[in-house]
Design a protein around this ligand. Structure first.
Ligand code: ADP
Ligand code: MG
Length: 282
């Protein structure tokens, strides 16, 4: 309904209904939900009209920010929601805690720097990557979370379906791209080229966070070509924060602890099932 239509029928319709329509059109859902309650509170407190409006504006802005954070989290497609609150730094002494806390403030994303978390399976790389991604969403940055294998698969599929440009554009526009688990699956030559293009296009335009179980000198085994790996590392490590996570597997440590508590000795099966680096779901 247009504004002129609404004005002509104004007399026939209760002002609450019209107000509801206007607030909906103006996209002010918190105003619509709260104005009566806040009006009563403001009357009780003898707050004047500007104060009444101020209270509603504040509520709307707080709610809108919350909705925006939720939307960014949905768009990021995190595999799980993890935060630094649940990360036990004491269990990973090789990790530079103050650097992680500084990265959670997201200034590196503003500066378009990169971050690489390196370490064996189970040391918390994915947890930290998810937590830094979540922090970025909360600070207002757009994030995309994926694994290296899934990203390469998606790029190849997009190329076959002639929509590679659109996907590349999307990947270029997010402020933080998190690529988890580089190293478990080697890529084909085409896959390597496509992933290289993503990193290359983001160079100095947006932040990329990569986690890998492989030290840099073994990345050639994933990308196949020494030349391409060299060029990729050159870009990725130009402005980079490295998180070294070389401690014990947290999964293994916690399952051993649980087994000790329940009186069962840790067995070989428990070790392989908790440490299996090939499990892409972990
Ligand atoms: P990685 O990605 O290095 O293989 P994950 O981040 O997947 O390791 O960690 C494996 C599991 O252990 C996850 O459930 C993660 O939340 C948990 N975890 C790992 N390290 C820690 C830690 N230091 N504090 C709390 N939980 C941890
Ligand atoms: Mg992982």
């Amino acid at each position: 309904m247009t504004l002129s239509h609404e004005t002509t029928i104004q007399t026939a319709v209760a002002p609450q209904v019209l107000l509801g329509n206007h607030l909906k059109a103006l996209k002010l859902p918190t105003f619509a939900r709260e104005y009566e309650k806040v009006a009563m509170e403001s009357a009780q407190d003898r707050a004047d009209y500007p104060r009444y409006l101020l209270r509603l504006c504040e509520l709307e802005r707080i709610d809108r920010e919350r909705r925006n954070v939720e939307r960014r989290i949905r768009m990021a497609r995190f595999s799980q929601i993890k935060s630094l609150d649940t990360f036990v730094f004491a269990a990973q002494p090789s990790l530079n805690k103050s650097l992680v806390l500084e990265l959670a403030r997201c200034e590196w994303i503003e500066k378009r720097h990169n971050c690489i978390a390196l370490g064996p399976s189970g040391t918390g790389k994915t947890h930290v990557a998810l937590a830094l991604g979540l922090a970025a969403c909360q600070k207002g940055y757009s994030v995309a979370f994926t694994t290296a294998a899934a990203l390469v698969h998606e790029l190849m599929e997009a190329r076959d379906e002639r929509r590679l440009r659109a996907l590349q554009k999307h990947l270029n526009t997010v402020k933080l791209l998190v690529v988890d688990e580089l190293g478990y699956v080697p890529f084909t030559a085409v896959g390597s080229e496509l992933l290289f293009e993503v990193f290359s296009q983001r160079y100095e335009r947006g932040s990329t966070l990569v986690t890998s179980n492989l030290p840099f000198d073994e990345w050639t085994s994933v990308f196949g070509s020494e030349r391409l790996t060299g060029a990729l590392l050159d870009r990725l490590t130009h402005h980079v924060h490295i998180l070294e996570m070389n401690g014990d597997s947290y999964r293994l440590a916690t399952s051993k602890k649980a087994q000790r508590r329940s009186g069962h000795a840790p067995n070989a099966m428990a070790k392989t099932s908790t440490e299996g680096g090939e499990d892409p779901k972990q």
